[in-house]
Design a protein around this ligand. Structure first.
Ligand code: PLP
Length: 378
């Protein structure tokens, strides 16, 4: 049987060979980093190494004194942790955030949701107006750097400038941006950021909250006091060391990775435009991640197309937010002003380093057949 083709790399990526090697090496060892004996010290050395490797990928390699990198069990946990710290203040989140920001934000009484324009970019004028009208001393702006559904990149540096002018701190969910664009958190001057290992060739079950040491954060999990008491619970050293290895690999090969992804994405979009001209590529001319194509296939149902493709061995994402097998209408596309019909026709194709040109060609052939010949009307 032919191997299925995976074109949903924004959902997850395979662990890199180096990450797998590190994980297998550590499996079976007794390394609890909290123990004071030699085994514990060895465990701790893997944590320290992984922090440095991650710092390298996000531009903090010379700033380790000014930032803490706290390991969590996921990007979701890192996002929840930072929002919990501002639950008694005022929070400004964009309308296109991942559920791990949007849902905890919705439970916080003083939350302001920032709209985007048609391109999917946060309205900076509205942000400024909202901050100017706030009398709270404790304020957090949380805007993701790159969107998981459309790949659209936000002007984070400008957002930070505006927020700092009004005494607000800024958090960014940079989960999708890591490993797909150059990152310099010092230059952006963001105060907090969340990452997730399984989105850049590291391990699932490994996230981190990056935070300026100037801000003293409170935990949401209490216990053994690991991670400078910000995240109790024995560290998942296998996942962390593997994620560190993947981070170093990404940092070392970043330019090539970006070029590789962009070449494949551009080829895909050019071919699509030639063969299926009715398809819209969402915010094609905006700054986007180099591996993501958000598509609208007018008149067709995205969930039926995803199923039809799956039956033929191709895995892509529907444009709708999809978790635990539930599909709900995309809040991202809603924020961008798309109507219900078009949102129900949205798909997400995302490429990885492992994607081959043959896979893209075979996908386009099958996709064209499905769009042109099959009855999947709304
Ligand atoms: N933030 C964004 C933008 C994401 O795309 C995801 C995962 O899909 C997350 C956060 C959550 O990360 P994790 O899967 O590690 O919980």
């Amino acid at each position: 049987m032919k191997r299925a083709v995976f074109l949903d790399y924004n959902a997850t990526t395979p662990m890199s060979d180096e990450a797998k090697r590190v994980m297998v090496d550590l499996a079976g060892q007794t390394l609890n980093p909290s123990s004071v004996h030699s085994f514990g010290r060895k465990g701790k050395s893997f944590l320290d190494k992984a922090r440095k490797q991650i710092a390298l990928l996000v531009g903090l390699e010379n700033e380790m004194r000014n930032y803490n990198i706290t390991f969590t069990a996921s990007g979701t946990e890192a996002n929840n942790l930072i929002l919990a710290n501002y639950a008694n203040g005022e929070i400004f989140v964009s309308a296109i955030e991942h559920a791990s920001i949007a849902m905890p934000a919705a439970m916080i009484p003083r939350t302001y949701v920032l709209p985007t324009d048609k391109r999917g970019i946060v309205r900076l004028d509205v942000l400024e107006e909202a901050l100017a009208g706030s009398s709270d001393n404790k304020k957090l702006v949380s805007v993701m750097l790159a969107n998981n559904e459309t790949g659209i990149i936000q002007p984070l540096k400008e957002i930070v400038e505006i927020a700092h002018k009004y005494g607000a701190q800024v958090h960014s969910d940079i989960v999708q941006a890591v490993g797909k664009m150059p990152l310099d958190l010092v230059d952006i001057e963001v105060d907090f950021a969340s990452i997730s290992g399984h989105k850049f060739g590291g391990s699932p079950g490994c996230g981190a909250l990056i935070a300026r040491t100037a801000y003293h954060l409170q935990p949401i999990l209490y216990g053994g006091g690991q991670e400078k008491s910000l995240r109790s619970g024995t560290e998942n050293i296998l996942a962390i060391a593997a994620t560190g290895a993947a981070a170093e690999e990404c940092a070392r090969t970043l330019d090539k990775r970006i070029e590789n992804l962009r070449k494949k994405r551009d080829y895909f979009e050019d071919e699509l435009a030639k063969r299926l001209s009715s398809i819209e590529i969402i915010s094609k001319n905006e700054q986007r991640l180099p591996n993501s194509s958000g598509l609208i296939v007018p008149g067709k149902s995205s969930s039926l197309m995803v199923i039809a493709l799956d039956l033929r061995g191709f895995a892509i994402g529907s444009g709708s937010a999809c978790s635990s097998g539930k599909v709900s209408r995309s809040k991202v596309l809603e924020a961008m002003g798309y109507d219900k019909q078009l949102i129900s026709s949205a798909l997400r194709v995302s490429f990885g380093i492992e994607t081959t040109m043959e896979e893209i060609d075979s996908f386009i052939t099958v996709f064209e057949e499905i769009v042109e010949n099959e009855e999947q009307t709304l």
